[in-house]
Design a binder for this molecule. Structure first.
Ligand code: UD1
Length: 416
């Protein structure tokens, strides 16, 4: 599948932002800790969510979609997560914490995911080992035995999102034991996972801060839950509005989760109005470059918005230096952007972008999820017909992207 984009239209209108992919994925994994029915409301069918559900079904969970809600129940029939899907879906790693929490023994394939860096899982394994996990690795498989786990104090060497979530889940069912996790990631999606676990009867405190405390409980019960909006999708649409010009409103979002982006957009020349649950962006002028952009862990500027932001710099007036501190291989989109006339030079973790007055349409290929979204933004401003191929990357984390952009006035079609 590919997108055909005829660039040059301004964007006007409003969008309701869907639930966050990065909240939904660990929450789906967390349902493994509970046999009762768990309902996750208003679920957008990101490809990653569909793949995660497929893995869960193969492991024995019952999964249905009913009235737009994801309904999950049942007990696992297998704790061997060694399917082909786990190679492409890194989030399958979240099942490690939840399976070990409830079933104590498991085998995992070393997970894959977006090709944006080495993505090791040493921080996950070190933390789980401190809880008493014994594991061995052979032929790319990780054999885990958590039969002797107990509460512990764990200091993460880096605030990894996935490791924080895995250790939270792994300690949730260590009955009567307290686990303290220090140097945690503080992303809003971690707060969502904690809220979800607690809605099932778990006891997780401090999510969103540097230290999380988990009091282990005996079992969890069913729940009904709705996740926060996807701040990265929302940020991508805001950047689209800034680049194309026009006036767009993003509904159902908490602007607090996007403050670094909002500061950059305002410094670029956009007018932005913030409300408790919506953001309105207006721009009718050429954007100004942001001199220095550095990705950081939350609450800093998110690495997941780095590619869309880099694309915005390609058409802004001035020079921008972008420093990617989180993932080492997140500039793959640059080669494609150069085909569209962008002036970007990459040296290790730095990209220097010299803004040009316009991009030209081209045939390009999505290199990864966020880079692919960046190419769509480039297509929206390049006057004429661009073809953006390999959009399965984009659909892993954007739901109805073309429909949403069309509703704002963009000329974009998805074709075979
Ligand atoms: C999550 C998000 C992803 C986002 C990232 C950073 C989900 C499903 N994905 O990914 O969209 O880009 O957070 O905000 O929520 N690292 C190690 N060893 C480990 C774990 C991580 O070296 O054991 C490194 C990674 O290679 C990477 C950095 O730490 O360079 C950040 O990774 P991490 O925070 O774990 O990101 P993910 O949970 O994979």
């Amino acid at each position: 599948m590919k997108y055909i984009v005829n660039g040059g239209n301004k964007l006007f209108g409003k969008l309701e932002v869907d639930s966050a992919k990065n909240a939904i994925l660990p929450i789906i994994a967390a349902t493994i800790m509970c046999d009762d029915e768990c309902v996750i409301e208003d679920i957008p069918l990101y490809l990653d969510v569909i793949e995660m559900c497929a893995i869960m079904e193969k492991l024995g969970k019952n999964i249905t979609i009913s009235n737009g809600n994801l309904v999950i129940s049942g007990t696992l029939s297998s704790t061997s997560v060694i399917m082909a899907e786990t190679k492409t879906l890194r989030s399958s790693i979240f099942m490690m914490g939840s399976i070990l929490s409830k079933y104590r023994k498991a085998i995992f394939t070393h997970p894959g995911g977006c090709d944006i860096g080495k993505r090791p899982i040493d921080i996950h394994l070190d933390g789980l080992e401190k809880l008493g996990l014994k594991y061995s690795i052979a032929n790319d498989l990780i054999y885990c035995d958590a039969s002797k786990v107990c509460g512990s104090v764990i200091e993460l060497s880096y605030p990894s999102v996935g490791a924080t979530e895995n250790i939270m889940m792994a300690s949730t069912l260590i009955e009567g034991e307290m686990t303290v996790i220090k140097n945690c990631a503080r992303e809003p999606e971690i707060v969502e996972l904690a809220r979800f676990i607690n809605s099932m009867g778990g006891k997780v405190f401090g999510a969103g801060y540097e230290t999380i405390v988990v009091y282990g409980v005996k079992s969890l019960h069913g729940t009904k839950f709705k996740c926060i909006a996807d701040r990265i999708a929302c940020g991508t649409y805001l950047i689209a509005g800034a680049m194309c010009g026009g006036r767009i409103e993003m509904d159902n979002v908490d602007p607090n989760f996007l403050l670094p982006l909002i500061v950059f957009l305002r410094n670029s020349g956009c007018n932005i109005d913030l409300f408790s649950d919506k953001i309105i962006l207006e721009n009718f002028s050429r954007l100004k470059s942001i001199e220095k952009i550095e990705t950081e862990t939350y609450p800093g500027f998110p690495t997941d918005l780095q590619s869309p932001m880099l694309v915005m710099q390609t058409v802004s007036k001035g020079i921008s230096i972008i420093h990617e501190t989180v993932f080492e291989a997140r500039f793959k989109v640059v080669n494609e952007l150069i085909k569209m006339g962008a002036k970007v030079n990459v040296s290790e973790r730095y990209a220097t972008v010299v803004g040009v007055s316009k991009l030209k349409p081209a045939k390009v290929k999505c290199p990864d999820l966020r880079g692919g979204a960046g190419l769509v933004l480039a297509g929206l401003v390049a006057k004429g017909k661009s073809e953006i191929d390999e959009i399965f990357h984009v659909e892993r984390g954007y739901y109805n992207l073309e429909t949403n952009l069309k509703s704002l006035g963009a000329n974009i079609e998805k074709v075979e």
